[in-house]
Design a protein around this ligand. Structure first.
Ligand code: SF4
Length: 200
């Protein structure tokens, strides 16, 4: 008896090992800038600026989120899936510049003083490890300020100072490289619809 199923050519077969390797490449920690020389020269200027201006950025973000929510009918008309690629592109550029964003897809900047916790080499989302140096720098990357020391500084400048005490869920790796802006908007729109229905 011959099987009707054609075997895929070897090149097209995706093995478990390939999937694991690709996932590892995606989630592995990479320093913010590959060249140590450039990293020293940059001195995390934009990151530090964002923390210093956490209050203004908090205000801007709140209004920006509202604007995105107002545009919900437009995202719906285009289709959230179709809007994903262009919005993600813009989000990556803007947040990459301001926060060295790693596109985790579940942004918590408003709870971390505008300091991105995904820049922590251990990717801790609920406070620092025990290895912060006396000068406030990271034990893994000695030239980098600990993102949690910066988060605390930024949080003190924000209206929502106490948000830093919120317990964060573990990172959902399936949301990596997706737009946090669109996800938050879709969730807010769904909640708004639920509340409207409940009020009727
Ligand atoms: S928390 Fe996530 S989405 Fe927000 S800036 Fe950091 S990596 Fe980007």
């Amino acid at each position: 008896m011959t099987s009707n199923k054609k075997k895929k050519p070897l090149r097209q077969r995706v093995t478990q090992a390939t999937i694991v390797r690709k996932a590892r490449e995606l989630i592995a920690y990479k320093p913010a800038d590959v060249s140590p020389q450039r990293r020293v020269q940059r001195r995390y200027t934009m990151r530090r600026w964002s923390v210093r201006h956490a209050r203004s950025l908090e205000w801007f973000y709140a209004h920006f989120a509202n604007m995105f929510l107002v545009l919900h009918p437009l995202w719906n008309a285009i289709g959230y899936r179709r809007a994903e690629a262009p919005v993600k592109f813009v989000e990556k550029q803007v947040k990459g510049l301001l926060f060295d964003c790693r596109m985790c897809g579940q942004c918590i900047l408003s709870s971390t003083g505008m300091s991105c916790p995904m820049n922590c080499p251990k990717q801790l989302r609920n406070g620092p490890c025990g290895g912060v140096r006396a000068n406030g720098n990271c034990e893994v990357e000695p030239d980098m300020p600990c993102v949690w020391v910066k988060a605390w500084e930024g949080a003190q400048r924000m209206r929502g100072t106490e948000n830093i005490l919120d317990v964060q869920k573990p990172v959902d790796q399936s949301l990596r490289e997706t737009s946090s802006w669109l996800r938050v908007t879709a969730l807010a729109a769904a909640e708004r619809n639920r509340n409207t229905k409940a009020a009727e």
